[in-house]
Design a protein around this ligand. Sequence first.
Ligand code: SF4
Length: 491
Amino acid sequence: MPPFPEAAAHELRNSQQRHNLHKATRTIRAKRDALVAERDDWEQLRLSAEAIKNDTLAHLDEYLLQFEEAATAAGAIVHWAPDAESANRIVARLAVDAGADEVVKAKSMTTEEIGLDRALAAAGVDAYETDLAALIVQLAGDVPSHIVVPAIHRNRAEIRQIFDKNMGAFGRPAPDGMTDDPASLAAAARAHLREKFLRAGVAVTGANFAVAETGTLMLVESEGNGRMCVTMPKTLISVVGIEKIIPTWRDTEVFLQLLARSATGERMNPYTSMWTGVHHAEGVSGEPVADGPEQVHIVLLDEGRTDVLADPAGRSALRCIRCAACLNVCPVYSRTGGHAYGSVYPGPIGAVLTPQLRGLHSEQDRNLPYASSLCGACFDACPVRIPIPHLLTHLRSKVVDAEPAFPPSPERVAMKAASAIFERPAAMGLGERLAGLAHKVIRGGPDANVPSVPGLAGWFGSRDVAVPPPESFSNWWSRTDGGTRDGGDVP
Ligand code: SF4
């Protein structure tokens, strides 16, 4: 995958995709804004969520052990996976031991992150996505473009073609006469997936939250496919990032209110499934019951998360609840889509989370913190108040600090010069007078821009730099006593 600037340039040329993205993000954003506006206590909810997550991250080791103890007491088996490779190995072994040659999957970015489908295929197990958007992506041989709506870059006509062409290769083919009407497409997907659910002995899910005090996993979704996964197969395997822990059951009250509104613009998501260990052999009246999985495995995944936790400035990214609100408001994401980021987590959160999880080793990951205009809309939208613009600049400084000092880049030379000038008032005054001279040298009206400078054509090619005004601000301030005399118009 090329670095973001090249990948983004390629994606920007796809006008159909740009149209689809613009339409979809605008629609979700409008729904989210309307429902957020209903809540007088929205800011209070955000502050509460931030505080809960910060407390959890500060004591993550204790909460993880508490979760393991509670889940184990309820009959689940907890596995610890330090990295993607070990998580994949554990899941593949569990599936093979259960005698499965196929598994059904509920949508899970965590399993995308670790490349679970490929690992299962290598072990002779086919993985079938059951979320509608994830199914579209899988049938198209594509990768997700959005955290909540993986197929956001596709329109209905494209989806009908994908179903028509590829569904048969994965199981039940699309019915004759299927149209691009949403009901017709949903009916085709439902019939296709029903076969999978009825046959599957093993399901693989992620989890939105893991409650430490009870050992409960929670899955939030819109279609009910996730609930089918956690109730029908006999073996349930959940791959859960260690940052998904929340301390108490009571804390879910805060997150469930924030998540649905932020993610899909709904007051409450249609399906919230919770499971604590295996099903109990007896119902409340002592009668035998047999619903729910007989074996529950929970794979707690690190994969770079403890490294992120170790950085006091960067760890706030682990508060993320994957609502994608930051993607939907991002002017960069809404034009490029998710593929340009070369990461399972695209958009603003991907630009800060991925380079932290993977490290700043590749050119691709070093470019991600620059995939932003720093407009700050992502922070305003984020329900857990992750200061994404601050994280971006934090990571940019790490990228710059890691660059070799020799030969110095033109930016480094320019910044050193600027820093030397800003530190010396006399030099600053001289610089202001010279900037004022530029006004006389460069012809044009008040809105004129500095033309490109030799050697900096790339920098000027994407920026308009206004010609400096004839009088500097500090001169104007002294002359007008802070704007109180001589008219006081700002130069
Ligand atoms: S960073 Fe915030 S807005 Fe973006 S996905 Fe995570 S929780 Fe949602």
